[in-house]
Design a binder for this molecule. Sequence first.
Ligand code: HEC
Length: 146
Amino acid sequence: MSRAAMINAKHCLFVSVLAACAALAACSGDEGHDSNAEQRSSSAGLPKGQIEAGEKQANTKGEATGQSCIDCHGAEGNDPLDATYPKLGGQHTDYLAHALQEYRNGNREHALMSNQAQGLTDQQIADLAAYFGSRPAQIRDLSGAH
Ligand code: HEC
């Protein structure tokens, strides 16, 4: 390799290392460094959930479907009607609340679940999430369920 070519190659390497550093710096920006936990929550903005109110709500038959959460997800969210329905007991409260928000706003769709979330208020979502999140966990994957 000629001297000029070598300098060129070194220059190239230097430039790409610089570019990689810049990319890394950009990625490790402010995101994820928020000191406010509420802001980091994927269900941010919901009021504080009440476990007792959530238990009551979970057993209340919805007007739209005539079914309660417990009718499908079973006692404490842990005894689903069908093996492919998710268990809810002990799931992260924030995950549950986020899932319900997504069904409610249509970002997540499911023939059975979407209309269950449609009429829920923010408070009801927070309460349901607090209730199911506080139950014993039997979370498992769906291997063999189908
Ligand atoms: C008619 C049966 C039925 C009823 C009633 C029902 N669910 Fe569901 N639920 C399902 C099914 C089926 C799924 C899985 C849907 C999917 O794959 O998106 C599900 C999914 C969920 C999920 C997402 C779980 C996950 O792991 O991502 C949450 C949270 C949930 N339901 C909460 C509730 C709550 C709270 C109620 C009462 C307001 C309720 N469900 C009523 C059948 C039902």
